[in-house]
Each structure stands twice: as C-alpha cells, then as structure tokens.
Design a protein around this ligand. Structure first.
Ligand SMILES: *Cc1c(COP(=O)(O)O)cnc(C)c1O
Length: 359
C-alpha cells in the first residue's frame, strides 16, 4: 500500500486514522454482528451513532440550543434551491453576495424562486471580497446569502457580514469545522460533507429553529426543512454510512484538540504554502492577502507550458490532484483538516526544487 498526499478539492483526503477505524469496524460494528451500512436507520445501534454524532458536532462547534442540526442528502447544491424554497416565507426577494463560482451557482438557483439582489460582489478585476461598507443590503430581504470560502477561487471573507435583522445564510462547504466560528451570527449554515466532514453523500444543515416555517407552495416533502427536521433527519432513509463516518471524523477532532487546535494547524499550513508562493518569482497567487483561503490555495507557475511537467513530477513525488479548476487554470492545493503539516511541507519542498530546475 502506498498512500499519497491528496490535495483534491473534494471529495478530499480523510484522516488516515479514521479510515483505519472504519476498516476495523467494517464487518462488525461494536458487537452488533453487522456493518453500519447494513443497519436499520431506526434501530437502536444506528440511533446511538446518529445521536452521538450530532452531540459531538454541537460540542465542537458550540452550536446553541435554539439551532437544529440536519444530516441530509443532496449535497450543498440542493441547498441552493431549498434555501429560497424554505426561507422566503412570503417575501419576494433575497440578497446574495457573489464572490466566485459557488455563490454564482447559488444565485442562479435562487432566481428560479425569487428576485435576487446582488448585494455585493468581488471588486472588478480583483480576487477579493467586498467590504462591509460596500454591501448594498435590502432591509426587506428574506435573507442574505454568502459563501465564506470560495473553494474554486481560493477567496475567503475575513469578516462575517453584519446584516441587522435579516437572517444570514452561509455556504460553509469548504471551511466548516476548520476553525471555531460563532454560530449565533448565522441563521443557517450548510455544507456538503466531502471537504472537511467525511465522504460525499452527506450534507449538514444547521438552522435557527424560528426560521423553520412554511415553504413555498409545491415544495416536495424531501426539500421541506420542517418535515426533515421534524423527523430528526429520518423522514426517509438518511445517508447512514456518511453520518457514521462523520461521527468518526468528529471524534478524531475531539481527540486532537478540537477546532481551536485545528485552526492553529490550518493557519500554519496555509502560511507555509503562501510564504513559499510569495517568496518565489516562479509562483503566483492572485488573491488579496487579507482574503486568502486557508483551505484552497490556487497558484500559477511562471509559464503555463510547465503545468504538465509540474503535475507529472509532483505525482512521482506522491503529491496528487494539484491541477487547478478548469475555470481558473494553474494549480490548486486544497489543504483541509485531514491534510497533515508534513504533506504541505512536502509540497513546499517539491515546489522549491521544481522552480530551481525550471526557473
Ligand atoms: C463543493 C462545494 C459545493 C458543492 O457541493 P455539492 O455537495 O457537490 O453539491 C457548494 N459550495 C461550495 C462552497 C463548495 O465548496
């Protein structure tokens, strides 16, 4: 067996220790005589997994009691529609801050259900986010939606938008549980699991209870927050294995100092990589220094003609999935929680060596 350092943006690397535990428990979970995959979601064994996973997420993220947590299917992309369907509640428009590919997809979906006011966007020609004072927020909006970390562009908000009484909705797919956040500043947080939480197929939604109301007419039961949350995410069969696996990841985080410790490690990892890029004439990252993502680091080489050689040699060195998103080009290193500091250090050393030989 030879495992590589996998810089994939998602599905992404998982902690090796957790994969090993899942392997150990694959045929039989905890004396139950069966795999978690084979259990009834309503049986007492799976119920204990479900309850404990939610409790661990609540503890790690300090989720206040007046928030519901849902473990759903459909990915973050389903939330792009479910949010307007469920949160408009008689209002006609919603505010969106558009800073990259994912927020634009959220906008396109919301336009099917309501008027969308683009309350802010990246300043023209800049890899950056608008400042609070540049936001044009509508006080009558049903909610304000933004993407704290744009996974493709590698742009991150250095602040939480202040929206007064208008509920703030955040797509935290690529930064959830990478550091402590103040959940009480948000009305709704959602994330596809496959970046920081676990395998693809699970979506976590954290919603302030008082926002769970009547959806727009015609909303399917499977897309209705009140139905899903009222059934504790078991209106139908939930993604049981993903839910269980997320639980293992959360226990791993708890054993390793929780989100505060994770934040320190993630900060060091990203500083190491950005320093390597900034201190070289060969590499470039276009993002404003105060909006740089801790999780997704895009960079270009001195010449795009060298991209193929860079990727091939990196692969030889055990560093894989570094190709940038097709819309941005160049490289992208995604360095979520499960990427160890040694993996980033190995990349930094490879980059220095490659630049010396090709610069
Ligand atoms: C990956 C990603 C998505 C899409 O997630 P799916 O679960 O594939 O729908 C949406 N938003 C952000 C910020 C992402 O990183």
């Amino acid at each position: 067996m030879s495992r590589v350092y996998n810089f994939s943006a998602g599905p992404a690397a998982l902690p090796e220790e957790v994969l090993e535990q899942a392997q150990e428990e694959m045929l039989e979970w905890n004396g139950s005589g069966m795999s978690v995959m084979e259990m009834s979601h309503r049986g007492k064994e799976f119920m204990s997994i479900a309850v404990e996973t939610e409790a661990d997420l609540r503890e790690l993220m300090s989720i206040p009691d007046n928030y519901k947590v849902m473990f759903l299917q459909g990915g973050a992309s389903s939330q792009f529609a479910m949010i307007p369907m469920n949160l408009l509640q008689g209002k006609k428009s919603a505010d969106y801050i558009a800073t990259g590919s994912w927020s634009k997809k959220a906008v396109a979906e919301a336009k099917k259900y309501c008027e969308v006011n683009i309350a802010g966007a990246s300043p023209e020609g800049q890899f950056a986010v608008p400042g609070q004072e540049q936001l044009k927020l509508n006080p009558d909006a049903a909610y304000v939606h933004y993407t704290p970390n744009e996974t493709i562009q590698g742009i991150e908000f250095p602040y939480i938008p202040e929206t007064a009484d208008v509920p703030l909705v955040a797509d935290l797919s690529s930064t959830i549980i990478s550091r402590p956040i103040d959940v009480s500043r948000y009305a709704l947080i959602y994330a596809g699991a496959q970046k920081n939480i676990g395998p693809a197929g699970l979506t976590v939604v954290i919603i302030r209870e008082d926002l769970i109301g009547e959806p727009i007419a015609g909303t399917p039961a499977m897309l209705t927050y009140s139905t899903l949350s009222g059934a504790d995410s078991m209106y139908n069969t939930p993604p049981t294995y993903g839910w269980y696996f997320a639980g293992l990841v959360l226990k791993w985080l708890k054993r390793n100092g929780g989100l505060k410790h994770m934040a320190e490690v993630n900060k060091r990892k990203s500083e190491n990589l950005y320093n390597a890029i900034d201190s070289s004439d060969f590499y470039n990252n276009p993002v404003d220094v105060n909006c740089r993502s801790w999780m997704n680091v895009p960079f270009t080489l001195a010449s795009a003609d060298l991209d193929a050689a860079f990727l091939a040699e990196a692969k030889e060195a055990g560093l894989v999935t570094l190709k940038g998103h097709r819309s941005v080009g160049g490289m992208r290193a995604s360095i979520y929680n499960a990427m160890p500091e040694e993996g980033v250090q190995a990349l930094v050393e490879f980059m220095a060596d490659f630049a010396k030989r090709n610069g």
